[in-house]
Design a protein. Structure first.
Length: 264
């Protein structure tokens, strides 16, 4: 993929984090994700449970510049980091001593979120400006997301295969965006408490008594520069549900994908 530039405004979560008593991690933690699967949401929530000084905030770590960010996985530092890391033998070896979760989203909904993001001012990739014009059809934009275009944009099938399916098959636990959002909708419920207790345990974090307050702050959509309502310049009217022809394209591009991820 060519160089991608993402412009997002900074958040204030470091200051919010310091209002709580924080405990250092006992093992490095990497929040991996399929891009546009709620990466900022999961990251911001978990950030509220880890000391700011133990957060590797230099970059959303990706495969093409990982050599500059190996310190994030240093077992002597026990850092929280995040990114979009392909499954490859060298990366699997790199994460062998790191707690590692993989955030995914229903591919049908992912296509809509990716199309909206590509159409925004926050996403800048040379060669894709033509898809930001108001006269570009929704179908053309969604087809682009699913099929990809070389070298700027990987197809949906490639993205999910290397960012999710292979990690799942290697034993990495999945976090499903829809379940995370569902737990946030009724934060006072026993079901939400069970969900976040399990999520934090998977991340190697002991759940503190004030966990709900931390989750509320971390999940505040105003703190996410890539939340739907915070994107600017979106000219296309992206539908709330993926049209049936594009659903068939997704299913044909990677048969059984939604079933593998627990969505069918």
């Amino acid at each position: 993929m060519s160089f991608v530039r993402v412009n997002v405004k900074p958040d204030t979560l470091d200051d919010e984090n310091r209002k709580f008593v924080q405990r250092p991690l006992t093992q490095p933690l990497f929040l991996n994700s399929v891009p546009k699967s709620g990466s900022h949401l999961l990251r911001n929530i978990i950030r509220m449970f880890v000391p700011v000084e133990s957060q590797y905030q230099a970059e959303f770590i990706q495969h093409h510049f990982i050599q500059h960010h190996l310190a994030a996985f240093d077992p002597g530092r026990n850092m929280l980091s995040w990114g979009h890391l392909f499954h490859m033998d060298r990366f699997r070896a790199l994460l062998s001593g790191v707690r590692h979760v993989v955030l995914v989203r229903d591919p049908y909904d992912w296509a809509l979120a990716q199309a909206r993001f590509i159409n925004s001012n926050e996403f800048q990739v040379p060669g894709l400006d033509a898809y930001k014009k108001p006269d570009v059809s929704i179908e053309a934009l969604l087809n682009l997301v699913i099929e990809g275009i070389k070298p700027q944009l990987a197809p949906l099938a490639i993205t999910y295969h290397y960012n999710a399916v292979l990690w799942l098959q290697a034993g990495s636990p999945l976090v499903r965006y829809e379940e995370l959002v569902g737990a946030l909708r009724n934060l006072e419920s026993d079901e939400s408490e069970s969900y976040f207790s399990a999520l934090l345990q998977t991340c190697g974090i002991d759940r503190p008594d004030d966990w709900r307050g931390r989750v509320r702050i971390g999940s505040d959509r105003k703190q996410s520069g890539t939340a739907r309502e915070n994107l600017t310049g979106v000219a296309a009217k992206i539908p709330s549900q993926l049209p049936d022809p594009q659903k068939r394209m997704v299913d044909a591009s990677y048969p059984g994908l939604r079933d593998l991820l627990g969505y069918a």
